[in-house]
Design a protein. Structure first.
Length: 107
């Protein structure tokens, strides 16, 4: 998978900065994911949304970046929220034991 096979789109939902991710998150894209999440945390004062509804696959490197962004959001006084994780993404987060570390919203 190439880092350009993943799409990152920023928008605003209900007054909150949102990063929608579409594609497969693996080691090849974690550099871009790290940058996008850091910008999201900075721009939202730690209260951003990460829409994972379009993520078909996520590996441990992607989970690590989500956890790192979550900690950065908490240090900024906020909470990073995962929005609509796809079934496969949710399953990996559950199996790895980190799903409960996040605020998760389904819309």
């Amino acid at each position: 998978m190439s880092e350009w096979d993943v799409v990152f789109e920023r928008s605003e939902r209900a007054g909150r900065v949102t990063l929608a991710v579409t594609g497969e998150i693996d080691l090849a894209v974690t550099g871009r994911l790290r940058q996008e999440l850091a910008t999201l945390v900075d721009d939202s004062n730690g209260t951003g949304l990460v829409d994972l509804s379009g993520v078909g696959f996520i590996d441990s490197s992607g989970i690590r970046e989500l956890l790192t962004a979550r900690l950065a959001a908490q240090k900024a006084g906020g909470e990073l929220t995962l929005l609509n994780p796809s079934a496969s993404c949710r399953r990996v987060l559950e199996i790895s034991g980190v799903l409960n570390e996040f605020v998760v919203q389904e819309t």
